[in-house]
Design a protein around this ligand. Structure first.
Ligand code: KG4
Ligand code: ZN
Length: 354
Protein backbone atom coordinates (compact mmCIF):
# COMPACT_ATOMS: atom_id res chain seq x y z
CA UNK A 1 0.00 0.00 0.00
CA UNK A 2 2.85 2.33 1.00
CA UNK A 3 4.66 1.36 -2.17
CA UNK A 4 1.54 2.03 -4.20
CA UNK A 5 1.14 5.48 -2.59
CA UNK A 6 4.77 6.22 -3.32
CA UNK A 7 4.37 5.16 -6.93
CA UNK A 8 1.24 7.33 -7.19
CA UNK A 9 3.08 10.33 -5.73
CA UNK A 10 6.01 9.85 -8.14
CA UNK A 11 3.60 9.65 -11.05
CA UNK A 12 1.81 12.81 -9.90
CA UNK A 13 5.13 14.61 -9.44
CA UNK A 14 6.20 13.57 -12.91
CA UNK A 15 2.92 14.80 -14.34
CA UNK A 16 3.19 18.11 -12.47
CA UNK A 17 6.77 18.49 -13.68
CA UNK A 18 5.72 17.68 -17.23
CA UNK A 19 2.95 20.28 -17.13
CA UNK A 20 5.03 23.00 -15.48
CA UNK A 21 8.11 22.41 -17.66
CA UNK A 22 7.81 24.77 -20.62
CA UNK A 23 7.36 22.74 -23.80
CA UNK A 24 10.36 22.27 -26.02
CA UNK A 25 9.43 22.77 -29.66
CA UNK A 26 11.42 22.38 -32.88
CA UNK A 27 10.22 24.71 -35.66
CA UNK A 28 10.85 24.09 -39.36
CA UNK A 29 10.39 26.52 -42.28
CA UNK A 30 10.84 25.65 -45.97
CA UNK A 31 8.11 27.67 -47.73
CA UNK A 32 10.34 29.44 -50.24
CA UNK A 33 14.12 29.59 -50.61
CA UNK A 34 15.30 29.49 -46.98
CA UNK A 35 15.79 26.19 -45.17
CA UNK A 36 15.38 27.01 -41.49
CA UNK A 37 15.06 25.33 -38.10
CA UNK A 38 14.80 26.74 -34.59
CA UNK A 39 14.17 25.57 -31.06
CA UNK A 40 12.13 27.25 -28.32
CA UNK A 41 11.72 26.35 -24.67
CA UNK A 42 8.43 27.90 -23.72
CA UNK A 43 8.43 31.09 -25.76
CA UNK A 44 12.18 31.61 -25.25
CA UNK A 45 14.31 31.11 -28.34
CA UNK A 46 17.23 28.68 -27.87
CA UNK A 47 18.58 28.49 -31.42
CA UNK A 48 17.78 29.64 -34.94
CA UNK A 49 19.50 28.39 -38.08
CA UNK A 50 18.76 29.69 -41.59
CA UNK A 51 20.43 28.42 -44.74
CA UNK A 52 19.59 30.76 -47.62
CA UNK A 53 19.75 29.31 -51.10
CA UNK A 54 21.99 31.43 -53.33
CA UNK A 55 21.42 29.28 -56.40
CA UNK A 56 18.40 31.43 -57.46
CA UNK A 57 20.38 34.69 -57.87
CA UNK A 58 21.62 33.72 -61.34
CA UNK A 59 18.01 33.11 -62.50
CA UNK A 60 16.70 36.46 -61.20
CA UNK A 61 14.09 34.79 -58.98
CA UNK A 62 13.27 31.61 -57.08
CA UNK A 63 13.17 28.47 -59.27
CA UNK A 64 10.69 26.15 -57.45
CA UNK A 65 12.27 22.86 -58.54
CA UNK A 66 15.74 23.99 -57.46
CA UNK A 67 14.34 25.25 -54.14
CA UNK A 68 12.80 21.83 -53.36
CA UNK A 69 16.01 20.02 -54.20
CA UNK A 70 18.08 22.34 -52.03
CA UNK A 71 15.66 21.97 -49.09
CA UNK A 72 16.01 18.20 -49.48
CA UNK A 73 19.80 18.51 -49.26
CA UNK A 74 19.81 21.00 -46.36
CA UNK A 75 16.93 20.00 -44.07
CA UNK A 76 18.80 17.35 -42.04
CA UNK A 77 21.99 19.37 -41.38
CA UNK A 78 19.97 22.52 -40.58
CA UNK A 79 17.79 20.66 -38.02
CA UNK A 80 20.87 18.96 -36.54
CA UNK A 81 22.55 22.36 -36.19
CA UNK A 82 19.52 23.92 -34.50
CA UNK A 83 19.41 21.05 -31.95
CA UNK A 84 23.17 21.21 -31.38
CA UNK A 85 23.08 25.00 -30.88
CA UNK A 86 20.33 24.52 -28.29
CA UNK A 87 22.35 21.71 -26.67
CA UNK A 88 19.47 19.28 -27.05
CA UNK A 89 18.76 15.75 -28.20
CA UNK A 90 15.72 14.95 -30.39
CA UNK A 91 14.25 12.92 -27.52
CA UNK A 92 14.02 16.15 -25.44
CA UNK A 93 11.42 17.58 -27.82
CA UNK A 94 7.73 17.89 -26.90
CA UNK A 95 6.46 18.83 -30.39
CA UNK A 96 7.56 19.51 -33.96
CA UNK A 97 6.18 22.60 -35.69
CA UNK A 98 6.27 23.25 -39.42
CA UNK A 99 5.04 25.71 -42.04
CA UNK A 100 2.34 24.04 -44.19
CA UNK A 101 1.43 27.10 -46.32
CA UNK A 102 1.32 29.48 -48.06
CA UNK A 103 4.36 28.97 -50.26
CA UNK A 104 5.81 26.82 -53.03
CA UNK A 105 4.18 23.39 -52.98
CA UNK A 106 7.37 21.38 -53.54
CA UNK A 107 9.33 23.44 -51.03
CA UNK A 108 6.60 23.10 -48.37
CA UNK A 109 6.41 19.35 -49.00
CA UNK A 110 10.04 18.85 -48.01
CA UNK A 111 9.60 20.56 -44.64
CA UNK A 112 6.19 19.05 -43.90
CA UNK A 113 7.20 15.50 -44.86
CA UNK A 114 10.33 15.77 -42.75
CA UNK A 115 8.40 17.18 -39.76
CA UNK A 116 5.73 14.48 -39.99
CA UNK A 117 8.33 11.71 -40.08
CA UNK A 118 10.19 13.30 -37.16
CA UNK A 119 7.01 13.66 -35.06
CA UNK A 120 5.93 10.12 -35.96
CA UNK A 121 9.35 8.67 -35.11
CA UNK A 122 9.54 10.49 -31.77
CA UNK A 123 5.82 9.91 -31.05
CA UNK A 124 5.24 13.58 -30.27
CA UNK A 125 2.61 16.01 -31.64
CA UNK A 126 2.89 17.91 -34.90
CA UNK A 127 1.91 21.61 -35.00
CA UNK A 128 1.16 23.02 -38.47
CA UNK A 129 1.80 26.77 -38.72
CA UNK A 130 0.55 29.27 -41.30
CA UNK A 131 3.61 31.15 -42.63
CA UNK A 132 1.71 34.47 -42.40
CA UNK A 133 0.87 33.83 -38.75
CA UNK A 134 4.54 33.04 -38.29
CA UNK A 135 5.46 36.50 -39.62
CA UNK A 136 2.78 38.18 -37.46
CA UNK A 137 3.97 36.44 -34.26
CA UNK A 138 7.64 37.11 -35.07
CA UNK A 139 7.20 40.19 -32.85
CA UNK A 140 6.82 37.77 -29.92
CA UNK A 141 10.35 36.37 -30.37
CA UNK A 142 11.99 39.35 -28.76
CA UNK A 143 11.28 41.49 -25.68
CA UNK A 144 8.34 43.90 -25.34
CA UNK A 145 5.80 42.16 -27.60
CA UNK A 146 2.66 44.10 -28.57
CA UNK A 147 -0.53 44.03 -26.51
CA UNK A 148 -3.74 42.76 -28.17
CA UNK A 149 -5.38 44.00 -30.26
CA UNK A 150 -2.61 45.31 -32.49
CA UNK A 151 -2.39 46.44 -36.06
CA UNK A 152 0.06 44.46 -38.19
CA UNK A 153 1.48 45.18 -41.62
CA UNK A 154 2.73 41.93 -43.18
CA UNK A 155 5.01 43.07 -45.95
CA UNK A 156 7.11 40.44 -47.72
CA UNK A 157 8.01 39.04 -51.12
CA UNK A 158 4.71 37.20 -51.39
CA UNK A 159 2.32 39.31 -49.31
CA UNK A 160 1.28 42.82 -48.38
CA UNK A 161 -1.56 42.80 -45.87
CA UNK A 162 -2.82 45.11 -43.18
CA UNK A 163 -4.29 43.01 -40.39
CA UNK A 164 -6.01 43.70 -37.09
CA UNK A 165 -4.74 40.99 -34.74
CA UNK A 166 -6.84 39.97 -31.76
CA UNK A 167 -6.10 37.49 -28.99
CA UNK A 168 -6.66 33.80 -29.76
CA UNK A 169 -5.31 33.85 -33.33
CA UNK A 170 -8.20 35.95 -34.60
CA UNK A 171 -7.29 38.14 -37.55
CA UNK A 172 -9.26 40.72 -39.46
CA UNK A 173 -7.69 41.64 -42.80
CA UNK A 174 -8.26 45.35 -43.44
CA UNK A 175 -6.38 45.57 -46.72
CA UNK A 176 -4.32 43.51 -49.12
CA UNK A 177 -2.50 43.95 -52.42
CA UNK A 178 -4.58 43.74 -55.60
CA UNK A 179 -1.52 42.68 -57.62
CA UNK A 180 2.18 42.58 -56.69
CA UNK A 181 3.41 42.40 -53.11
CA UNK A 182 5.71 45.24 -51.98
CA UNK A 183 8.73 42.89 -51.83
CA UNK A 184 7.90 41.65 -55.32
CA UNK A 185 7.99 45.28 -56.55
CA UNK A 186 11.42 45.72 -54.92
CA UNK A 187 12.63 42.52 -56.59
CA UNK A 188 11.22 43.39 -60.05
CA UNK A 189 12.63 46.92 -59.97
CA UNK A 190 15.93 45.51 -58.71
CA UNK A 191 15.99 43.25 -61.76
CA UNK A 192 15.20 46.20 -64.09
CA UNK A 193 18.11 48.09 -62.58
CA UNK A 194 20.43 45.10 -62.97
CA UNK A 195 20.81 44.59 -59.21
CA UNK A 196 20.16 40.81 -59.19
CA UNK A 197 17.86 38.88 -56.84
CA UNK A 198 16.58 39.73 -54.29
CA UNK A 199 16.39 43.43 -55.18
CA UNK A 200 15.11 44.72 -51.81
CA UNK A 201 18.36 44.72 -49.81
CA UNK A 202 20.36 46.15 -52.77
CA UNK A 203 17.86 48.99 -53.36
CA UNK A 204 17.84 49.76 -49.62
CA UNK A 205 21.66 49.97 -49.60
CA UNK A 206 21.91 52.16 -52.73
CA UNK A 207 19.01 54.43 -51.72
CA UNK A 208 20.98 55.63 -48.70
CA UNK A 209 23.09 57.80 -51.06
CA UNK A 210 20.18 58.88 -53.28
CA UNK A 211 17.69 61.73 -53.44
CA UNK A 212 14.16 60.43 -52.69
CA UNK A 213 12.63 63.49 -54.40
CA UNK A 214 14.58 62.96 -57.66
CA UNK A 215 11.59 61.38 -59.45
CA UNK A 216 7.95 61.33 -58.41
CA UNK A 217 6.81 57.72 -58.91
CA UNK A 218 3.05 56.97 -58.46
CA UNK A 219 1.64 56.23 -55.03
CA UNK A 220 -1.46 54.05 -55.46
CA UNK A 221 -3.86 53.14 -52.69
CA UNK A 222 -7.38 51.75 -53.05
CA UNK A 223 -8.91 52.23 -49.61
CA UNK A 224 -6.76 49.97 -47.45
CA UNK A 225 -5.84 47.85 -50.46
CA UNK A 226 -2.51 48.27 -52.24
CA UNK A 227 -1.35 48.06 -55.85
CA UNK A 228 2.36 47.94 -56.61
CA UNK A 229 2.47 46.74 -60.21
CA UNK A 230 1.92 50.30 -61.52
CA UNK A 231 5.02 51.68 -59.83
CA UNK A 232 7.16 48.90 -61.32
CA UNK A 233 5.79 49.70 -64.80
CA UNK A 234 6.38 53.38 -64.17
CA UNK A 235 10.07 52.72 -63.39
CA UNK A 236 10.28 50.60 -66.56
CA UNK A 237 8.76 53.37 -68.75
CA UNK A 238 11.00 55.94 -67.11
CA UNK A 239 14.14 53.92 -67.95
CA UNK A 240 12.89 53.07 -71.46
CA UNK A 241 12.33 56.77 -72.19
CA UNK A 242 16.08 57.34 -71.85
CA UNK A 243 17.84 56.78 -75.21
CA UNK A 244 19.62 53.40 -75.31
CA UNK A 245 23.06 54.92 -75.73
CA UNK A 246 22.56 57.25 -72.74
CA UNK A 247 21.03 54.80 -70.24
CA UNK A 248 24.27 53.39 -68.87
CA UNK A 249 25.71 56.84 -68.21
CA UNK A 250 22.41 58.00 -66.68
CA UNK A 251 22.36 55.05 -64.28
CA UNK A 252 26.02 55.56 -63.47
CA UNK A 253 25.09 59.01 -62.11
CA UNK A 254 21.54 58.49 -60.91
CA UNK A 255 21.10 54.82 -59.89
CA UNK A 256 20.97 55.78 -56.20
CA UNK A 257 18.45 58.56 -56.93
CA UNK A 258 16.14 56.18 -58.83
CA UNK A 259 16.40 53.61 -55.99
CA UNK A 260 15.67 56.27 -53.34
CA UNK A 261 12.70 57.70 -55.29
CA UNK A 262 11.17 54.26 -55.91
CA UNK A 263 11.70 53.22 -52.29
CA UNK A 264 10.17 56.47 -51.01
CA UNK A 265 7.01 55.90 -53.06
CA UNK A 266 6.56 52.42 -51.56
CA UNK A 267 7.26 53.67 -48.04
CA UNK A 268 4.80 56.59 -48.42
CA UNK A 269 1.99 54.26 -49.49
CA UNK A 270 2.58 51.82 -46.62
CA UNK A 271 2.90 54.57 -44.01
CA UNK A 272 -0.22 56.43 -45.13
CA UNK A 273 -2.31 53.23 -44.96
CA UNK A 274 -1.00 52.43 -41.47
CA UNK A 275 -1.62 56.00 -40.25
CA UNK A 276 -5.22 55.91 -41.43
CA UNK A 277 -5.84 52.44 -39.97
CA UNK A 278 -4.38 53.47 -36.59
CA UNK A 279 -6.66 56.49 -36.47
CA UNK A 280 -9.71 54.50 -37.55
CA UNK A 281 -9.23 51.56 -35.17
CA UNK A 282 -7.74 53.50 -32.26
CA UNK A 283 -5.32 50.62 -31.47
CA UNK A 284 -2.16 51.64 -29.63
CA UNK A 285 0.26 48.95 -30.91
CA UNK A 286 1.60 48.62 -34.44
CA UNK A 287 3.74 45.74 -35.76
CA UNK A 288 5.54 45.62 -39.10
CA UNK A 289 6.76 42.17 -40.14
CA UNK A 290 8.04 40.24 -43.19
CA UNK A 291 11.13 40.74 -45.33
CA UNK A 292 10.40 44.33 -46.39
CA UNK A 293 10.20 45.39 -42.72
CA UNK A 294 14.00 45.07 -42.79
CA UNK A 295 14.02 48.16 -45.05
CA UNK A 296 15.81 51.02 -43.34
CA UNK A 297 13.68 53.82 -44.85
CA UNK A 298 10.46 52.03 -43.84
CA UNK A 299 11.83 51.53 -40.32
CA UNK A 300 12.75 55.21 -40.00
CA UNK A 301 9.38 56.39 -41.37
CA UNK A 302 7.53 53.97 -39.06
CA UNK A 303 9.46 55.34 -36.10
CA UNK A 304 8.31 58.83 -37.06
CA UNK A 305 4.74 57.58 -37.47
CA UNK A 306 4.84 56.05 -33.97
CA UNK A 307 6.05 59.36 -32.53
CA UNK A 308 3.42 61.37 -34.44
CA UNK A 309 0.56 59.07 -33.43
CA UNK A 310 1.93 58.33 -29.96
CA UNK A 311 1.69 54.55 -30.34
CA UNK A 312 4.00 51.58 -29.60
CA UNK A 313 5.94 50.27 -32.59
CA UNK A 314 7.16 46.66 -32.87
CA UNK A 315 9.46 45.59 -35.69
CA UNK A 316 11.49 42.37 -35.36
CA UNK A 317 15.24 42.64 -35.81
CA UNK A 318 16.16 42.15 -39.48
CA UNK A 319 17.11 38.46 -39.06
CA UNK A 320 13.55 37.76 -37.85
CA UNK A 321 11.93 40.03 -40.49
CA UNK A 322 13.00 37.80 -43.35
CA UNK A 323 12.00 34.13 -43.44
CA UNK A 324 13.21 32.14 -40.43
CA UNK A 325 12.05 29.23 -38.25
CA UNK A 326 12.18 31.09 -34.92
CA UNK A 327 8.86 32.73 -35.86
CA UNK A 328 7.39 29.29 -36.65
CA UNK A 329 8.57 27.81 -33.34
CA UNK A 330 7.30 30.80 -31.30
CA UNK A 331 3.92 30.78 -33.06
CA UNK A 332 3.70 27.03 -32.48
CA UNK A 333 4.40 27.57 -28.78
CA UNK A 334 1.34 29.81 -28.46
CA UNK A 335 -0.77 27.36 -30.46
CA UNK A 336 0.50 24.32 -28.54
CA UNK A 337 -0.23 25.76 -25.08
CA UNK A 338 -3.70 26.72 -26.35
CA UNK A 339 -4.23 23.04 -27.25
CA UNK A 340 -3.77 23.24 -31.04
CA UNK A 341 -1.96 20.33 -32.67
CA UNK A 342 -2.30 18.92 -36.18
CA UNK A 343 -3.03 15.41 -37.48
CA UNK A 344 -0.25 13.51 -39.26
CA UNK A 345 -2.52 13.62 -42.33
CA UNK A 346 -1.85 17.38 -42.65
CA UNK A 347 -1.08 18.36 -46.25
CA UNK A 348 0.58 21.43 -47.74
CA UNK A 349 -1.65 24.40 -48.64
CA UNK A 350 0.29 26.58 -51.11
CA UNK A 351 -2.49 29.23 -51.21
CA UNK A 352 -3.30 29.26 -47.50
CA UNK A 353 -4.53 32.64 -46.27
CA UNK A 354 -4.90 34.06 -42.79
O1 KG4 B 1 9.63 37.47 -45.65
P1 KG4 B 1 10.55 37.13 -46.77
O2 KG4 B 1 11.94 36.68 -46.41
O3 KG4 B 1 9.96 36.03 -47.70
C1 KG4 B 1 8.61 35.99 -48.07
O4 KG4 B 1 7.79 35.46 -47.27
O5 KG4 B 1 8.31 36.54 -49.16
O6 KG4 B 1 10.61 38.44 -47.71
C2 KG4 B 1 11.46 38.49 -48.80
C3 KG4 B 1 11.27 39.85 -49.46
C4 KG4 B 1 12.00 39.97 -50.78
O7 KG4 B 1 11.10 40.51 -51.74
C5 KG4 B 1 13.12 40.96 -50.49
O8 KG4 B 1 13.51 41.75 -51.59
C6 KG4 B 1 12.49 41.80 -49.40
O9 KG4 B 1 11.78 40.88 -48.60
N1 KG4 B 1 13.50 42.48 -48.58
C7 KG4 B 1 13.65 43.82 -48.56
C8 KG4 B 1 14.73 44.09 -47.70
N2 KG4 B 1 15.20 42.90 -47.21
C9 KG4 B 1 14.42 41.93 -47.76
N3 KG4 B 1 12.98 44.79 -49.21
C10 KG4 B 1 13.37 46.07 -48.99
N4 KG4 B 1 14.41 46.40 -48.19
C11 KG4 B 1 15.11 45.46 -47.54
N5 KG4 B 1 16.12 45.80 -46.73
ZN1 ZN C 1 7.88 35.09 -45.48
Amino acid sequence: MVLLDQAKRTLENNLIQKTVTPPLILGIETSCDDTAAAVVVGSALQSSVVSSQHIHAEYGGVVPELASRDHQRLIVPVVQQALADANLHPSDLDAVAVTYGPGLAGALLVGLSFAKAYAFGLDIPLVGVNHLEGHIYSVFIEENPPAFPFLCLVVSGGHTQLVLVEEGFRHQTMGTTRDDAAGEAFDKVGKLLGLGYPGGPAIDRLAKDGDPTFRDFPRTRLGYDFSFSGIKTSVLYYLNAIPDDERAAFLETHLADVCASFQQAIVDVLISAMREALRETGVRHLAIVGGVSANSALRAAAQQLATDENIHLHIPSPRFSVDNAAMIAVTAHHKFVAGHTSPLTLTVQPSLSL
